[in-house]
Write a protein that binds this ligand. Structure first.
Ligand code: DAH
Length: 346
């Protein structure tokens, strides 16, 4: 029962090969690939299987050639299948990569930090004072009694030394306890002990007092201390330095008012007020450096004189930024803090 002619068999094989080629080239995913595999290479009802059955119907002489042709086509379809599976696998890898970086999505914005309003104020005060010739210096926050009190003419029985008004630190020598400095006036002493006049320094930093926190008090706050030692210095120089400072800091021509007061380390002593938006605001204390202070650092009060002042940084910052409660500076609420941005500040 030999009735299949070799040419027809080979033509069938060739058609199958070219259809398989198209189908495999069209497969774009694993599902498509598998469907093509079942159609062409399927073990039961695949097209190759069907053509293979035709082999038995070839004439005896045609069988070897037919068999060869069949094997060649089978190999080439299998090779096409392998090729297509590699292509689909690598495409699906790439497409995953592309999904991860969707360049059309908006990026997440970079959040810029802000300098804390108190730090902004400190930098600005330093820079204005630098323009007036005052060098910025630092002093330690843990102090001894000499620098915080004695050299500043604050004797042992003075109420400012009361343990309830200071953060004393227990040390081995209980007679001479250290303390967290209660004022930056300590830095006046430290600088004068080390240097000879003339001097123009400013020191900005933290001070500590056990006050209950309220809208105008906090157990830790900041002061600006200024000290000028130059021959012929008077209260008029003090007032004009403070007025220049206040005018630069607050803008416009800011008036400064002195009210008589008392500090152990200045004589005469004054309270300093500044007028701003029609209101007088208390900014701190000032005066001519007391001769006994000059003596305690080894200066001769008959030869040198100068002025000193101490202002509250929180008060200055609250004024400038319109903050009513200084506790807000220390709540660490970013929404509050990021509102304040002095021009020219990082
Ligand atoms: N140290 C004072 C205080 O904390 C402020 C002060 C007043 C500083 C007068 C001074 C000054 O330099 O001359 O209350």
């Amino acid at each position: 029962m030999t009735n299949l002619n070799l040419d027809a068999f080979v033509a069938d094989l060739e058609r199958l090969r070219s259809e398989a080629e198209t189908a495999l080239a069209d497969a774009i995913d694993i599902e498509g690939l598998e469907a093509a595999r079942v159609v062409f290479l399927g073990a039961k009802n695949g097209r190759l299987k069907a053509v293979q059955k035709g082999l038995g119907k070839l004439g005896r002489d045609d069988k070897p050639v037919g068999g060869q042709q069949f094997n060649a086509v089978k190999k080439s379809v299998e090779a096409l299948f392998l090729q297509a599976s590699q292509r689909v696998a690598s495409q699906s890898k790439n497409s995953k990569g592309v999904e991860q970086v969707d360049v059309t999505l908006p990026g997440s914005p970079i959040r810029f930090g802000r300098v804390h309003p108190i730090t902004q104020t400190i930098r600005r005060v330093s820079s204005i004072m630098a323009n007036l010739g005052f060098e910025a210096v630092d002093g330690p926050e843990v102090e001894d009694q000499w620098h915080n009190f004695e050299a500043l003419a604050i004797p042992n029985e003075h109420p400012a030394r009361d343990p309830l008004d200071n953060f004393y630190i227990a040390v081995a020598n209980a007679d001479r306890p250290l303390l967290l400095r209660s004022q930056t006036s300590t830095v006046q002493i430290r600088v004068m002990e080390e240097r000879k006049p003339p001097l123009r320094i400013v020191s900005l930093g933290r001070v500590y007092r056990p006050d209950t926190a309220d809208a105008t008090h906090y157990p830790m706050f900041h002061q600006v201390e200024g000290l000028l030692i130059e021959p012929g210095t008077t209260m008029a120089h003090l007032k004009s330095v403070l007025r220049s400072f206040a005018s630069s800091f607050l803008g416009g021509d800011v008036r400064v008012r002195f009210r008589p007061s008392f500090f152990p380390f200045t004589e005469p002593s004054v309270e300093v007020d500044m007028e701003w938006n029609g209101r007088w605001i208390e900014m701190g204390g000032a005066g001519m450096v007391d001769p006994s202070v000059l003596q305690s650092v080894g200066y001769d009060p008959d030869e040198v004189c100068g002025f000193a002042f101490g202002l509250g940084v929180e008060r200055i910052a609250a004024r400038r930024f319109g903050v009513a409660d200084i506790r807000d500076f220390y709540r660490n609420d970013i929404r509050f803090l990021e509102q304040f941005h002095d021009r020219g500040q990082a």
